[in-house]
Design a protein around this ligand. Structure first.
Ligand code: GAR
Length: 187
């Protein structure tokens, strides 16, 4: 049995998509969904799948070992960041394999402050002709760990940031669970 934890700060549509993908897989369990926001919609989504949740604040995350101990308690194989916006502290990086999904083709449009719609707005402002997703290992710097997988979508001159977001979300839903599946079970 493989065990994963998901970290999310907001809506959690990727977290729910991952939960849906693995729902009937008896070889994988989502042990817990962690969030730094007590009102994040991902916590509602977790309830739909009866997944335990843990909400933590900055002190828990950066000045205590609470989150580390919790993850160790669940004995997770990997930690999945699905729309999680805080930098991961070194104690977690040292102890776990952590992967992240970023809504652009890294190394472009990455780094601190580049998340969610801000990424898509920048992509449209720069008149890019393509964007996409990057799934990568997490290190101590924002969006700089080794790339595991990328997928590209075309951007039309008429596309708004919302249009780009829809295309990128579609790629995320299609590929993120499969990449997790491959990482844990091979193919
Ligand atoms: C996703 O598009 C994800 O790639 C992005 O936040 C969104 C979360 O959506 N992550 C980042 O920007 C990280 N830098 P969701 O909460 O509906 O899954």
């Amino acid at each position: 049995m493989k065990k994963i934890a998901i970290f999310a700060s907001g809506s959690g549509s990727n977290a729910e998509n991952i939960a849906h993908y693995f729902e009937k897989n008896e070889n994988l369990n989502i042990e817990c969904i962690y969030s730094n926001k007590a009102d994040a919609f991902v916590l509602e989504r977790a309830k739909r799948y009866s997944i335990p949740t843990l909400v933590f604040n900055r002190d828990d995350f950066y000045k205590s070992t609470n989150v580390l101990e919790s993850l160790k308690g669940y004995d997770v194989d990997i930690v999945v960041l699905a729309g999680f916006l805080w930098l991961i502290p070194e104690n977690l990086i040292r102890n776990f394999t952590i992967i992240n999904i970023h809504p652009a083709l890294l190394p472009s449009y990455g780094g601190k402050g580049m998340y969610g719609n801000k990424v898509h707005e920048a992509v449209v402002a720069n008149k890019e002709t393509e964007s996409g997703i990057t799934i990568h290992f997490v290190n101590e710097k924002y969006d700089e760990g080794q790339t595991i997988f990328q997928a590209i979508c075309e951007i039309l001159p008429s596309d708004t940031a919302d249009d780009v977001a829809s295309k990128v979300h579609a790629l995320e839903y299609e590929h993120f669970p499969r990449v997790i599946d491959r990482l844990l079970f091979g193919s």
